[in-house]
Design a protein around this ligand. Structure first.
Ligand SMILES: C[S@@+](CC[C@H](N)C(=O)[O-])C[C@H]1O[C@@H](n2cnc3c(N)ncnc32)[C@H](O)[C@@H]1O
Length: 330
């Protein structure tokens, strides 16, 4: 998965941007329009005020892709008169980093968060649909133990190979499942969040993604896991075909994210459906629309982001606090 998605020459995300959106392979909440970024900006601004309005602070976005969300957030923070912050995007792929830098001089693009280590500041880290893009491992039960599946060469293509019993640490806490039950597991939430926490004296992280808690993820009825591929808005289930030409993803185990955050000294401040989260945030905005006749497009975007039948129940929001004493946002 690492090679297929992130190889700097041939990986899926190494191609010129264009994977996300109507003309690409899949939609995200960002593709719906600027409302998503506007509401997230309101939330970030509320945190900044609640944290005592530090004079220098930082927003760090992971997986910013073409920078659309960054620009939507910056536009709203301008409207709110927010100041004193830098907007940083951590983008390891060089061509995406260059494209982002061209798109806006207001985004500081860095290859690695190591660059932030010598200047710690209060920070707000966020990422939409990033955790599901972190490489995962595929495991299958033989009825007694979990085996890890690797990828081998077969003829002109690739095939799954049983590499033997999975490392104990990888499958710790997973329930026993019948032979043939196949699923995914990630052991990299912690290392990823540790990278994103660099340069943060204290602050928060916000992860928006599709996923479940562990009991739901590894439910006995989910016998083939959540692995999906996306190409031209069509979902598939075979990641071994056309490597580099289709997206590969699996849902997020939010219990594992919470555990990884706790190991880094973080605490869960919020875990809820995107629909509920954004609806709470949108109250003042919705009131401001009253009496206006030209709002059909904006309301359609709101409905798309929040309705349980659309993105509202598909996506979860997990907010984590690191080294904060200020408590929760009400
Ligand atoms: C599904 S796309 C989401 C893009 C965008 N956030 C949106 O919502 O439209 C996943 C993104 O995560 C990025 N990504 C994956 N692993 C990453 C990592 N370790 N650090 C930074 N970005 C990463 C990918 O390059 C890709 O741009």
């Amino acid at each position: 998965m690492t090679e297929a998605l992130y190889n700097p020459a041939d990986g899926y995300y190494a191609r010129p941007a264009g994977q996300v959106g109507r003309g690409g392979d899949f939609f995200t909440s960002v593709s719906v329009g600027p409302l998503f970024g506007r509401l997230l900006a309101d939330h970030i601004a509320a945190w900044h005020a609640q944290a005592g309005s530090p004079g220098r602070w930082r927003i760090v976005e992971a997986g910013a892709n073409d920078g659309s969300l960054a620009l939507d957030i910056l536009a709203r923070l301008d409207e709110l008169g927010c100041a004193g912050y830098e907007y940083v995007v951590a983008e390891p792929l060089p061509h995406l980093a260059a494209a982002l830098q061209l798109r806006s001089g207001r985004i500081r693009v860095i290859g690695s968060t190591e660059d932030l280590l010598d200047d710690p500041q209060p920070g707000y880290v966020l990422g939409n649909e990033v955790l599901d893009a972190l490489p995962f491992r595929v495991i299958e039960s033989d009825g007694v133990a979990w085996h890890e599946l690797g990828v081998g060469v077969e003829g002109d293509g690739f095939a799954w190979v049983d590499t033997g019993t999975a490392e104990a640490a990888l499958v710790e806490g997973l329930p026993q499942r019948p032979a043939g039950y196949r699923t995914e597991v990630r052991d990299n939430y912690g290392s990823f969040m540790a990278e994103m926490r660099r340069g943060m004296s204290h602050g928060r992280m916000l992860w928006l993604d599709y996923g479940f808690d562990r009991a739901d993820y590894y439910h006995e009825s989910r016998t083939t896991g959540t692995l999906r591929t996306y190409s031209k808005h069509r979902a598939g289930e075979d990641p071994l075909v056309n490597p580099g030409e289709q997206d590969i993803t699996a849902h997020v185990d939010f219990t594992a994210v919470a555990e990884a955050a706790a190991a880094l000294g973080g605490e869960v401040l919020r875990y809820q459906r995107q629909g509920l989260f954004l609806t709470e945030l949108a109250r003042p905005w919705l009131l401001s629309l009253e009496g206006r006749m030209d709002v059909a497009k904006e309301l359609r975007a709101f409905q798309m982001l929040t309705h349980p039948g659309q993105l509202g129940a598909k996506f979860q929001v997990m907010e984590l606090g690191f080294g904060e004493t200020a408590g929760r946002l009400s």
